[in-house]
Design a protein around this ligand. Structure first.
Ligand code: SF4
Length: 66
């Protein structure tokens, strides 16, 4: 699975970063950087929690391309 961000929706709250700081990082300018787009199976649960906690539904999990 891959996690992607819709930048038109992200407002830089940092909730995703506080939920999974090794995957999501907010830059000083408020821009979200996703450190690991390809989500390892053992990281899926916390990343799913971050996706669900985003107040603007900016995050999505999609199937990885093979
Ligand atoms: S929780 Fe959502 S709105 Fe907030 S920084 Fe993360 S992706 Fe952006």
């Amino acid at each position: 699975m891959r996690v992607v961000v819709d930048r038109s929706r992200c407002v830089g709250t940092g909730i995703c970063e506080s939920t999974v700081p090794d995957v999501f990082e907010i830059e000083d300018d408020g821009r979200l950087v996703i450190e690991e787009c390809d989500v390892a199976p053992d990281r899926l649960d916390p990343v799913r929690a971050a996706v669900a906690s985003c107040p603007t539904q900016a995050l999505s999990l999609i199937e990885s391309e093979r």
